[in-house]
Design a protein around this ligand. Structure first.
Ligand code: COA
Length: 262
């Protein structure tokens, strides 16, 4: 059965024969192993080019920024899954990553789309404040939250935001998406009715879109980085189990609100 037009599978990422593995035109064993860092390797896999020092400094900083934030929902889901299935670390990692969505952990992609919409208007000649106002009003009218803003814990300032902006500034990458993000932040009180501050998921696309990172792959940054944090939590879970303690805490004040058995 044929679905769609193409019949020949192709990939430009990697090929191999008995002696050689070629990744994006580089001999893996000869030119990459021991010669390139993992962040650079990720950038190469994704874009097909060796990133500049500035681009890789920014990407590396975002991966560090989002790898870990304590016992957040992704970690709780992962540790509870590992407690129930200690023979399947891969399943526990997957359980944690499954929640990388538009509310928690995965909002970098949606924030990137918001900033890109504003940038398109600015590039077409609309002044920044007007462009941001137009797009934010449209998102509000569609009843969509403004992604990359608001945080349950860091209400005043997510400390990762300025740290990431400082890395991009020092690296000398394109800062125009940071200007867009700051403009949106300054307009939330008047347009959304809440004084919402930038969070890490807003800062990540702000710096990465100016550092050669593709919009459509932004979701991969929290997925990749949090995988590292989850593996650390699962290793700790083996030595110091808390997965069932989390289950106990989730149920100890539970109240049944359904009907009694008839
Ligand atoms: N856009 C629009 N309204 C928002 C908002 C946002 N980004 N963040 C919060 N609000 C509003 C809520 O709708 C709520 O309004 P209400 O009081 O009229 O019901 C109020 O502000 C408080 O929201 P609440 O959900 O209680 O705040 P919270 O601090 O618990 O929520 C988030 C935190 C992250 C769930 C929320 O800010 C959000 O959805 N942000 C966008 C997604 C995002 O960036 N996620 C990544 C987080 S690192």
């Amino acid at each position: 059965m044929k679905i769609g037009k193409s019949t020949i599978p192709t990939t430009a990422i990697c090929t191999s024969n008995e002696d050689t593995i070629v990744v994006r035109g580089h001999d893996l064993a000869r030119d990459l192993i021991g010669k390139i860092g993992f962040t650079g390797h990720f950038f190469l896999l994704l874009t097909g080019r060796l990133g500049t020092t500035a681009e890789l400094a920014v990407l590396d900083a975002t991966l560090v920024a989002i790898a870990e934030h304590g016992l957040v929902p992704s970690v709780q889901a992962s540790r509870m899954t590992f407690a129930a299935a200690p023979d399947a670390m891969q399943g526990a990692v997957a359980a944690g990553i499954l929640g990388c969505g538009s509310v928690i952990l995965g909002a970098s992609e949606t924030a990137g789309r918001l900033f890109t919409e504003i940038d398109a208007l600015v590039q077409a000649g609309t002044p920044l404040t007007e462009a941001a106002t137009t797009v934010m009003k449209a998102w509000k009218a569609a009843r969509k939250p403004i992604p990359g803003y608001g945080h349950p814990q860091h209400k005043q300032r997510d400390p990762r935001v300025d740290a990431l902006f400082a890395v991009a500034t020092a690296a000398g990458t394109d800062l125009r998406f940071i200007a867009i993000a700051r403009e949106v932040e300054s307009l939330t009180a008047s347009l959304i009715g809440k004084d919402l501050r930038l969070n890490v998921s807003g800062a990540i696309p702000s710096v990465l879109l100016g550092a050669g990172f593709p919009l459509e792959a932004l979701k991969g940054v929290p997925i990749l980085a949090r995988t590292a944090g989850l593996i650390a939590h699962l290793y700790e879970e083996l030595q110091q189990p808390i997965g069932f303690a989390l289950t106990y805490q989730a149920t100890r004040e539970l109240q049944y609100t359904g009907e009694a058995a008839k």
